[in-house]
Ligand binder design. Sequence first.
Ligand code: UDP
Ligand code: MG
Length: 333
Amino acid sequence: MQTTNRLFMVIPCYNEQEVLPETSKRLLAKYNDLIGKGVITSDSRIVFVNDGSKDNTWEIIEKLHNENPIFQGIKLSRNRGHQNALLSGLMTVKDICDVSISMDADLQDDINAIDEMLEKFNEGKDIVFGVRSRRTTDTFFKRFTAEGYYKLMNRMGADIVFNHADFRLMSSKALNMLAEFGEVNLFLRGIVPMIGLDTDIVYYERSERFAGESKYPLFKMLSFAFEGITSLSTKPIRFIAELGVFIFIVSIVVLIYSLVRYFTGHTIPGWTTTVLSVWAIGGLTMISLGVIGEYIGKIYLETKNRPRYIIGKYLCDESDKETISLTDVKFEK
Ligand code: UDP
Ligand code: MG
């Protein structure tokens, strides 16, 4: 038996004026198709989250909403980054939808995978990860760094799904469980697998960005990777302790060596090793302090418990406002 569910898609947008008209057109066609087939209800919605864009993204969203209420818009008070933008959207719709799908605005994710995701949902899965089957459209460099990143993350103890970005189906139940994870240093890709529940995977081919530029240049990508590791795992700290033990053992060997040299009358040579070890130990100490500092910084942010995002405006259905205001999302209607 086929059930009809209310689907909310959540799409974070930062300076996406070039792609939004096309994205909205394709999503609308997909929705009309799904509604026609009776897979989703006619009051299913597409929510664009404007993450403090500097271009006309918000104006485009407002226009879309005015033309067709199937499009909704959430306006964050300022730029909070991809993860927080996505989270704000998911948390806003968690009680008014049956099921949500998150996707990037740039059409890199295959819209046609949505059908299969919904099929899995109807089979009883609460979370369905969209996973890239190939990365042929990415440059060699992007592919190499991205795949290396997933492997590194797993070795560092973060249980993330290989080649899965943020194209994902989550049921209302899963979203409500996600709401329990109150951390400020939020890395959705690592947190969602921790929820548990019944999960599945849908493979799709990732295409090129439709228009505009990637909001993740190399430096931002590296910082995102580092954030991901330090917010999910404490293995790097353990590694530092292990390194300390190792260096201590090495220093005992060096001590024995110097004593032997001393008693055999070779005390003058050794300048090279002294200088080298001073630099090496100095460098290691600084790296170690840096890593520990990174964790302390995270603790600092968590203790302040600041809101992860502030919603300035939500363009939604009148009939949903009451349900939304019952949730922990604060917004000015
Ligand atoms: N994005 C966002 N806030 C930001 C940066 C990016 O909401 O500060 C959105 C962006 O609009 C897009 C998604 O996050 O929908 C992924 O960004 P992008 O496609 O540039 O990343 P890439 O695919 O190159 O990793
Ligand atoms: Mg992209």
